[in-house]
Design a protein around this ligand. Structure first.
Ligand code: FAD
Ligand code: SF4
Ligand code: SF4
Length: 468
């Protein structure tokens, strides 16, 4: 029976007061009954506008119909036809600007909770027996994937399914990219990412960690080792700074370092894990994206009394997902809009003691289409702090690029590729994800990994230099 409720079926969540001091997942997921009720809100539109909004074209009405019938494993398998990481996408995709933005139920109410249903099907499959992914017979061809974020993992999985012998080389000691070192446990439990990586290993993919490519091995050396096709999915992990006085003080972190210590090295579990994280009392995070929200919410969970988000535009211009802003507010994060840091203030012995901020107002739209923040003269003021986290953007790390002569890149560092195939300027070398686009999203990185895997398979299947 169709459910015409204009609102999404509510998803249970941890109470904000309780969750602000633990790293357990915030959203708790649907029960079977909730999922079926939400699935019954779908109108099964013939022209499927929602599918167009998904970068990997998940067969949305089809999987939702299966959930409505209670065929949860079938629903999961339907999603897996085009999306290899549904438990992850169901949690972190910006659905409100993708699939759900196109949903016709959104015209007179809330769209169907497509992400929530995707998460439900994936979680159900994880806790029930699912058949292993079938791989085609071995082709005898070898490919290397550099970087194990969503782009690299997707590329590796698709190549393995096509019978290619794949090795993933990862610089960190743990695979997963931003999924493990950036996005915190309370939004994306690491055990889920580990399950995806275990599934990849069962498909025969080899994962070599602590391999900083460009330093340990070059692209030419990989070719000499018999890797005929290579995918670069090294992400955008190089933090940007504000270049204002005081950025070298003790207590100033890039969001990357702050989050890596907390998430990947489990600093929040010190002394169980031996990566201590300083627990600050008054901390400001500069920036308005998902990275800034994650850093602020982590700081709160580590016990800070006051955590500020300092953003130079207004709330409407914030690039973070609405849900993350809402959750951060519920957890007591203090938002200061239309302010820009001009100096980080230090103590005599070199520690952060505060920040000087200037008020801003919005002027004409800039190249990004958002209204440009303009300083209000004479409006500077100071706040007291003992730490600052800078979350104003990341760009691709130059290490591999610098060690690879002939690899064409943009001025800002992004690798230049053919859009249709992901092919770089070097024969047999492909790239995708944040290393190409700059900081973007999980699902776009996955889409790029998929595109490249297909092109790499075609390349491996035809005569080429270095092949047999
Ligand atoms: P990454 O995930 O960055 O993975 C790259 C991997 O390559 C890393 O493991 C890195 O260690 C490795 N590597 C780098 N250089 C080398 C080298 N020389 N040799 C070997 N390995 C190397 N997106 C969303 O869709 N939703 C969200 O809610 C969201 N939240 C985010 C929160 C944070 C804190 C951050 C930082 C990003 C967030 N994003 C989110 C963006 C999303 O995570 C990225 O767009 C996505 O992970 C990019 O995938 P990737 O595979 O290209 O790169
Ligand atoms: Fe929506 Fe992301 Fe799932 Fe696509 S992968 S249907 S965009 S949640
Ligand atoms: Fe269902 Fe919305 Fe897609 Fe229509 S647009 S098929 S209602 S999810």
């Amino acid at each position: 029976m169709r459910n015409m409720n204009p609102k999404k079926t509510a998803m249970p969540e941890q109470d904000p007061k309780i969750r602000a001091s633990n790293f357990g997942e915030v959203a708790l997921g649907y029960t079977e009954q909730m999922a079926r009720s939400e699935a019954e809100r779908c109108l099964q539109c013939k022209n499927k506008p929602c599918v167009e909004g998904c970068p990997v074209n998940v067969k949305i009405p089809d999987f939702i119909a299966l959930i409505a019938e209670g065929r949860f494993i079938d629903a999961y398998n339907k999603i897996r036809e085009t999306n290899g990481l549904p438990a992850i996408c169901g949690r972190v995709c910006p659905q409100e600007t993708q699939c759900e933005q196109r949903c016709v139920r959104g015209i007179k109410g809330e769209p169907v909770g497509i992400g929530r249903l995707e998460r439900f099907a994936a979680d159900y499959a994880i806790t029930h027996e699912t058949p292993p992914v079938e791989c085609r017979p071995a082709t005898g061809k070898k490919a290397a994937v550099i970087g194990s974020g969503p782009a690299g993992l997707t590329c590796a999985a698709d190549l393995a399914k096509m019978g290619v012998d794949v090795t993933v080389f990862e610089a960190f000691h743990t695979p997963g990219g931003v999924l493990v070192y950036g996005i915190p446990e309370f939004r994306l439990p690491k055990a889920l990412v580990q399950k995806e990586i275990d599934a990849l290993k069962r498909m025969g993919v080899k994962i070599e960690t602590n391999m900083v490519m460009g330093r340990v091995l070059t692209i030419d050396e990989l070719k000499d080792m018999g890797f005929e096709a290579i995918f670069i999915g090294t992400g955008a992990g190089l933090p940007s700074f504000m270049n204002i006085p005081g950025e070298n003080l003790n207590g100033v972190y890039s969001a990357n370092e702050f989050l890596t210590r907390i998430n990947l090295m489990k600093g929040y579990k010190f002394p169980e894990y031996d990566t201590p994280v300083v627990r600050h009392k008054r901390l400001a995070v500069v920036g308005g994206g998902n990275v800034a929200m994650d850093a602020a919410r982590c700081a709160k969970r580590l016990g800070a009394d006051e955590v500020y988000i300092v953003y130079r535009r207004g709330e409407a211009e914030m690039p973070a997902r609405n849900e993350e802003i809402h959750h951060a507010k519920e957890e007591g994060i203090i938002f200061q809009f239309l302010v820009n840091p001009t100096e980080i203030l230090g103590t005599d012995d070199g520690y952060v003691r505060g920040m000087k901020l200037q008020k801003m107002e919005l002027g004409e739209p800039d190249a990004s289409g958002r209204r440009r923040p303009v300083p209000v003269p004479g409006s500077e003021y100071e706040i007291e702090l003992d730490a600052v986290v800078v979350a104003i953007g990341q760009s691709p790390n130059p290490l591999l690029r610098d060690a690879t002569p002939g690899l064409a890149t943009q001025k800002w560092g992004g690798i230049i590729v053919d859009e249709e195939t992901g092919a770089t300027s070097i024969e047999g070398v492909y790239a995708g994800g944040d290393a190409v686009s700059g900081a973007a999203t999980v699902i776009l990185a996955m889409g790029a990994g998929k595109t490249a895997a297909k092109a790499m398979f075609d390349y491996l299947s035809r005569p080429h230099s270095g092949g047999e």
